[in-house]
Design a protein around this ligand. Structure first.
Ligand SMILES: [Zn+2]
Length: 135
C-alpha cells in the first residue's frame, strides 16, 4: 500500500494520522488498543460478508448482522474513548460501513456529526428503528 509516511503511521493494515495522534496525546498503550479494535472490525466485516453469502434465511442473517452491528457500535465507543473524543453515535462511521448495510450513504455523509440516518429495511440496522419506537 502506498502512503505518505510524513502524515501516517503504519501498523499492519492500518494507518493512523500522526497529527491526530499528537493532538489527542494518544499513548503507545492506547495506540495498541486502537489497532486491536481496527483488526476486530476488519474481522467482523469479513464475517458479515460470509453471512451474506451463506444460505441462511433472511431472518437468520438479520439476527447475526444485528449482533455484529451491536459489537461494532461498542467498539466505536471504545475507539472514541481511546482517541480522546466525546462518545457520540453521531460520529460513528464503521457501523455504517458494515457489508450488507443499505442505509443512505450520502445522507449520512452530509449529516456526519449531526445524526445517523438508518434504513429500517437495512439487514444490518433494522433494529435501530425498533429501538426508536421503544423510546
Ligand atoms: Zn444499515
Amino acid at each position: 500500500m502506498e502512503y505518505d509516511s510524513e502524515k501516517w503511521e503504519k501498523h499492519g493494515n492500518h494507518l493512523l494520522n500522526k497529527k491526530l495522534l499528537e493532538e489527542q496525546s494518544v499513548s503507545e498503550e492506547q495506540k495498541k488498543h486502537i489497532i486491536r479494535i481496527y483488526d476486530i472490525i476488519d474481522k467482523l466485516y469479513k464475517k458479515s460478508e460470509k453471512i451474506l453469502d451463506s444460505d441462511k434465511t433472511q431472518e437468520e442473517k438479520k439476527e447475526i448482522l444485528k449482533n455484529i452491528s451491536v459489537r461494532i457500535e461498542n467498539l466505536e465507543y471504545q475507539l472514541q474513548s481511546l482517541w480522546g473524543f466525546p462518545l457520540s453515535e453521531k460520529f460513528h462511521k464503521y457501523n455504517l460501513n458494515i457489508p450488507g448495510c443499505t442505509c443512505p450513504v450520502l445522507d449520512n455523509l452530509d449529516n456526519y456529526g449531526y445524526e445517523r440516518i438508518y434504513n429500517c429495511e437495512c439487514l444490518v440496522h433494522w433494529w435501530k428503528c425498533e429501538n426508536k419506537e421503544d423510546n
